[in-house]
Design a protein around this ligand. Structure first.
Ligand SMILES: Cc1ncc(COP(=O)(O)O)c(C=O)c1O
Length: 366
């Protein structure tokens, strides 16, 4: 039987049919200044590269089911027991896995916005319903509003801390208040932990509904390998592993993760480079006339409104110069005048600032 495409489209789950198509994204050429994905601009340490090369020679064998030695190393690094840890294919994978385990089609996921888009994308993929709750004007959490929106059908609440794209932290007391007042799984996403050194991972013992997410993508500079992990109570970890793929983390990534955790001096040196460069970039952006929000991450959240510019126009003018930042104009919870830029190398940041000068001049003469 030959079927036409319309028939096949009708077979696609309605929750998937409504999603946007993926595009290729910015070019990977060497001339591009790539600050749009919040990546570390520095390559992995030579020790990590060696470990990758070594692991490559045994790729005919499957990786360890529960992450093997990487799980033990992460236990030492975090101070958690191995049974409190699950490792996955980037923390994006865990965001989806948590919804798979706890949210049935039609049930709700509570999201203080603006926030990281993967939370609502993963919710929609699983047939769940994202419920947006506006953050406060300075992007803090409105706990009363969150509690008011929670219903018996609310199964998960995602809080990025620090938040992406707004770069700010909310305090431990606020998170404890949330944990005390909501009746669902609370995921606190600490993807930028190494840059801010603020965590509530110790509270997984007190609150069995708390899951803390971490990543080796940012401060460890391993975004391309996809290693994320969660810290939670062992029973929750067990359920997450039941639903996970048998081999969620590949062998090369496991070897690289172990080597990266062992080379803390390299990681710390890169963090110091970013922390030294961040205030310089922040000040230069303010001097250009932008409003820049305080940042507890490796990126800056920038408001273009003081220059009377729409962010999409500005971001397009940068793209024309092969400079890439992320446009946040008109994303849930935001107006049309925000962009996010990673803190790059000093040379990349200089390139961005020059590009912005050109873009501002073009927009004001248009
Ligand atoms: C808050 C937050 N969580 C998770 C991720 C994804 O991390 P990973 O690379 O581990 O999937 C990001 C990436 O930008 C992020 O900003």
């Amino acid at each position: 039987m030959t079927l036409n495409l319309e028939t096949i489209e009708q077979w696609v789950s309605p929750s998937i049919r409504g999603l946007a198509s993926k595009t290729a994204g910015p070019p990977k050429d060497n001339q591009a200044i790539r600050l749009d994905k919040g990546e570390l601009p520095y390559p992995p340490s030579p020790k990590v590269v060696d470990a990758i090369t070594q692991a490559a020679t045994t790729c005919n064998r499957y990786p360890a089911v529960l992450g093997g030695v990487l799980r033990e190393k992460l236990a030492v690094y975090t101070g958690a027991f191995p049974e409190q840890l699950i490792i996955s294919n980037g923390s994006d994978d865990l965001i989806e896995l948590i919804i798979k385990v706890f949210v049935q089609p039609g049930q709700q996921v509570l999201l203080p916005v603006p926030t990281f888009f993967v939370y609502w994308h993963a919710t929609q993929v699983m047939g769940g319903v994202p419920v947006f709750v506006q953050r406060t004007p300075d992007f803090g959490l409105d706990v009363d509003a969150l509690v008011a929106k929670a219903t018996p059908d609310t199964k998960v609440l995602y809080i990025a801390n620090p938040n992406n794209p707004t770069a700010n932290l909310v305090g431990r007391d606020t998170l404890i208040e949330v944990l005390n007042r909501v009746n669902c799984v609370v995921v606190v996403d600490e993807c930028y932990f190494e840059l801010c050194q603020t965590t509530i991972a110790d509270l997984v013992v007190t609150y069995p509904n708390l899951i803390v997410l971490r990543s080796l993508s940012k401060s460890f500079g391993l975004a391309g390998l996809r290693i994320g992990y969660a810290i939670a109570t062992p029973q929750v970890v067990d359920y997450l592993y039941r639903a996970a793929q048998l081999f969620p983390v590949n062998k090369v990534a496991i070897a690289a993760g172990i080597a990266a955790l062992e080379d803390q001096a390299y990681v710390q040196a890169n963090i110091q480079r970013i922390l030294a460069e961040k205030p310089r970039l922040q000040k230069a952006l303010v001097n250009l006339g932008f409003k820049v929000y305080p940042s507890d991450t490796n990126f800056l959240f920038v408001d273009t409104q003081p220059l009377n510019l729409q962010s999409d126009v500005l971001v397009k003018a940068l793209q024309n110069q092969n400079i890439w930042v992320a446009d946040f104009g008109s994303k849930p919870g935001l107006g049309d005048h925000y962009f996010r830029t990673a803190v790059g190398t000093p040379e990349e940041n200089q390139g961005l600032l020059k590009g912005l000068e050109v873009a501002i001049a073009q927009s004001s003469s248009a």
